[in-house]
Structure formats: structure tokens, C-alpha cells
Ligand binder design. Structure first.
Ligand code: UDX
Length: 444
């Protein structure tokens, strides 16, 4: 099949490359010339394991191309995916749908014949219907667009696998919509592997996505709330999560207690969900998400507080090393990153903060230029009075605590070097027996 993908950010670039990998002819479209140039040259402008190889392979095969020309896109195919961003509006919790609207508004007058628009972006419920109206207003005689919604559930760091082998495909259709047959053709490969395919109405499809993310955020904040109680009574939240996670109804996934969630999706999506529910007069229904958000943000403060306590009550002029800047491992994304937020707060409290991250250094430096950025773990650890592990990169989990001890400043308060495990990802016993004062979130 021939298709276009509007928006070549995280979602769009991955989707375009994966659709080409499945054998389709794909044109990626963006208004950002620099992004299009980079992708055309086979360079992925963000870190995503496996994507550079996939991009190059499909550029070479001729099945994948990129353009900034909407006219070309309108003529290239009759099926168009939308994967542009819906960021949080400035000064509000609501999602900004300007970019999604702009795609439809610009594309509609250029098309001839019957076209299908499949929205993948995460949007407030009701957006797809508005886009249909916008498309109807802007198409010329003899041309038509059907808008359907096909939410995307990919995780950063697993984006290629999640797109090629999704755990479900959801398609939202309007009454009398014809998109199902085309969508089945697009996803024929996954459907042959018995991937569940759920056809629902438009608002349900829009809500599926935000509900999934709200549930994941709630699960993380649930365990982090329990973590706060564990801290007061000296209980161990990781052992607790193991125990409750064995109940199949609960499950262990997303019960990772620690610094909480960040990134470009979960924080923004729960806020947009609250805002949309408010607009619809159902604000009470989603008000618990305010608490989910608050619990999450409190963990960052707790980590800073713990560092202050361990250093005897003041951070002023103390050498603090933060390992991790990305919002999660296998990503260079620092949007709303708990790790970078903690590093920034420590610095604003007067600490001399050194940060190291295997992939997110450039993005972190751009967002927070005043921190000190080390070129290696070794450089980051040298002279540190306290070490905070804020992103659970494999490199940090596999760090040899004996070796690390030889690098740090030594014995600031306890007569021992101090480490705080903000992600409950280190081997507690190994660190303790190497002579470290070991602290973690939610563990007594
Ligand atoms: C999320 C959804 O998982 C994905 O389905 C959706 O399409 C986009 O949003 P992503 O933002 O890539 O994906 O990250 P995810 O793996 O969900 O992690 C989100 C945050 O939660 C990270 O900061 C992570 O560190 C944190 N997290 C995750 C925890 O704090 N504890 C956990 O147990 C799991």
C-alpha cells in the first residue's frame, strides 16, 4: 500500500519506517526542514534502539522517503497517518491540538478523490469529530476525507517492536465509516499473527489511549504512595511490590517504586485528561488524577530532601553526582525527566551538581545548561560526596561499588560514602558490603 505519515517526531518517524519495513510505500511529511533533511540522510534525530538500521534499510530499498511538500503528499497516497505532537498548552493543563488541526486544514484543499486520514496522535476526546468537520469544510468538490482514529501505544526505547508487533490495534470509526478494510490491509502482517483488532467508535478510540496512560500513571503513583508509608514505618516497598504483584489481578509491571514517571506522554496525558473531563462537565470523575500527579511530583522532592539530610542538613557547596538525566533508560528524552528535575533542584539549592547519562547529555545540556556534565561515569564519580542514581540505565546497575568507592570523596557524614538509589535498581547488599551508606526511596 501507499501511505503518508504526517509528523516525523518520535511517533511519526518510527511509524513511517516500520510501515515501510512491512512492505508499504511510505512518505514521511513534516514542516521542519531540518528533521526531513536528517531523516533523508538516514539520521534519526533522537535515540531509539534499532530505528537507525530500520530507517537506512528502507531508504535504501526505495520504499521510504521524506518531504516537506504537502502537495506531493496529497498526490502520493490516499491513506494518511497523523502523528504530530499534542503538547501541553502553555498556562493550561489542556492538550494543544493546533498541529493536528493544521495538518488536516492544509491537506484537505490539496486532495482529489477519496482519502482516509488515520489519526495516531493522542488527542482530547472529541477531536476526531472536529477534524472531520474541518476536513469537510476544506475539501474541494469531488474530493472527500474520512477521519478515523488509530491510537498508538508505543513506548520509547521499544518503539520499533511496539509498532511492528503491537499488543493490540484499536480503530475508531464514525458511524457508517469505511476505514476498516483499509486499516486491515495496512496492518495485515500483525493481524496474521493474531494481534487483537478492536473496532470501536471515535470517542472510545480517543479515550482508550488517554485511559491506558492514566491507568499506568495511577499504578506507578499507587506504589509510590505506598512507598511514602513504607518510609515512615521502615518497610520495604520493593518486597511489598513483589508480593502484591504475584496476584495476577494486580501484576508486577509498573509497580516499580522510585522517582516516578516523566517523559513526553504520561504527565501531559493525565493533565490533558483532567482538563478535558472538566470541559465536559465530568471534572469530578478525573479529579483523582490530580493526586496521582501530586504523589509523582512529591517523589522528586523526597529525593532532594534525602540528599540534604544525608549531607547533614545543607546542600550548599556540596559535590553531588546524579547518574541519569533521561526520563527512563534506553532513551535520550529529558522531557519532564524526574532525574533532570532532581539534578536541577539540587543545583538551585546550592549544590555543585555533576550529571552523567549514557545518551541524554546533549538534550540535558540544552534544557539545563548550568549543571556540570561529566564525560564518563568515572569522571562523574570523582570527588562526589553523594551519588544519586536517578535513571536505571544498565551501566549504573552494573557499576562495581568497590571501584566506585575508590573514586568518590569518601566519608562526608557517616564515615562512609553515600549512595541514594532513586530507582530501586541497585544490588543493595553489594553496595552495602562495599562500604557504602545505602539509601533508597520507599525502603525504610
Ligand atoms: C508511555 C506508555 O507506556 C506508552 O504506551 C504510550 O504510548 C506513551 O507513554 P513512555 O513514555 O515511552 O510510554 O514510557 P513508559 O515506559 O511508560 O515509562 C513512563 C515513565 O514511568 C518513566 O519515567 C518510567 O521511569 C516510569 N516508570 C515506569 C516508573 O516509575 N515505574 C514503573 O514501574 C514503570
Amino acid at each position: 500500500m501507499r501511505m503518508t505519515v504526517f509528523g516525523t517526531g518520535y511517533l511519526g518517524a518510527t511509524h513511517a519506517a516500520c510501515m515501510a519495513e512491512l512492505g508499504h510505500d511510505v512518505l514521511g511529511v513534516d514542516v521542519d526542514e531540518a528533521k526531513i533533511k536528517s531523516l533523508t540522510e538516514g539520521k534519526v534525530p533522537f535515540f531509539e534502539p534499532g530505528l537507525p538500521e530500520l530507517l537506512q534499510r528502507n531508504l535504501d530499498s526505495g520504499r521510504l522517503g521524506f518531504t516537506t511538500d504537502y502537495e506531493e503528499a496529497a498526490q502520493f497516497a490516499n491513506v494518511h497517518f497523523i502523528g504530530v505532537g499534542t503538547p501541553q498548552k502553555k498556562g493550561s493543563y489542556a492538550a494543544d491540538t493546533t498541529y493536528v488541526r493544521a495538518v488536516v486544514e492544509s491537506l484537505a484543499p490539496l486532495i482529489e478523490g477519496e482519502h482516509l486520514v488515520l489519526g495516531k496522535s493522542t488527542v482530547p476526546v472529541g477531536t476526531a469529530a472536529q477534524l472531520q468537520a474541518l476536513a469537510d469544510e476544506n475539501t474541494n468538490d469531488g474530493a472527500s476525507i474520512e477521519v478515523a482514529w488509530n491510537p498508538e501505544f508505543l513506548r520509547e526505547g521499544h518503539a520499533v517492536k511496539d509498532t511492528l508487533r503491537p499488543d493490540r490495534i484499536v480503530l475508531g470509526l464514525q458511524e457508517g465509516g469505511n476505514a476498516e478494510a483499509l486499516a486491515r490491509e495496512v496492518y495485515a502482517d500483525a493481524l496474521q499473527q493474531d494481534t487483537p483488532f478492536l473496532v470501536v467508535d471515535l470517542p472510545t478510540a480517543e479515550l482508550v489511549k488517554v485511559s491506558a496512560n492514566a491507568f499506568l500513571a495511577t499504578k506507578i503513583s499507587f506504589i509510590n504512595a505506598v512507598s511514602e508509608v513504607c518510609e515512615t514505618v521502615g518497610a520495604d516497598v520493593t518486597a511489598l511490590a513483589d508480593a502484591i504483584g504475584l496476584d495476577e489481578r494486580i501484576g508486577r509491571k509498573f509497580l516499580g517504586a522510585g522517582l516516578g514517571f516523566g517523559g513526553g506522554c504520561l504527565p501531559k496525558d493525565i493533565r490533558a485528561f483532567m482538563a478535558r473531563a472538566g470541559e465536559l462537565g465530568a471534572d469530578q470523575a478525573m479529579s483523582f488524577l490530580r493526586e496521582v500527579d501530586a504523589i509523582n511530583m512529591r517523589r522528586r522532592e523526597k529525593m532532594v530532601e534525602l540528599a540534604r539530610q544525608e549531607l547533614g542538613g545543607s546542600l550548599l557547596g556540596r559535590n553531588v553526582t546524579v547518574l541519569g538525566a533521561a526520563f527512563k533508560p534506553n532513551s535520550d528524552d529529558v522531557r519532564d525527566s524526574p532525574a533532570l528535575n532532581v539534578a536541577g533542584s539540587l543545583s538551585l539549592s546550592g549544590a555543585a551538581v555533576t550529571v552523567f547519562d549514557p545518551e541524554a547529555m546533549t538534550n540535558a545540556q540544552r534544557l539545563f545548561p548550568t549543571l556540570n556534565y561529566a564525560e564518563s561515569i568515572e569522571e562523574a564519580l570523582r570527588g562526589a560526596e553523594i551519588v544519586l542514581v536517578a535513571t536505571e540505565w544498565k551501566e549504573f546497575q552494573e557499576l562495581d561499588p568497590e571501584w566506585a568507592r575508590t573514586l568518590v570523596a569518601g566519608e562526608p557524614v557517616h564515615g562512609k560514602p553515600i549512595v541514594i538509589d532513586g530507582r530501586n535498581c541497585l544490588n543493595t547488599e553489594a553496595w552495602k558490603s562495599a562500604g557504602w551508606e545505602f539509601r533508597a526511596l520507599g525502603r525504610g
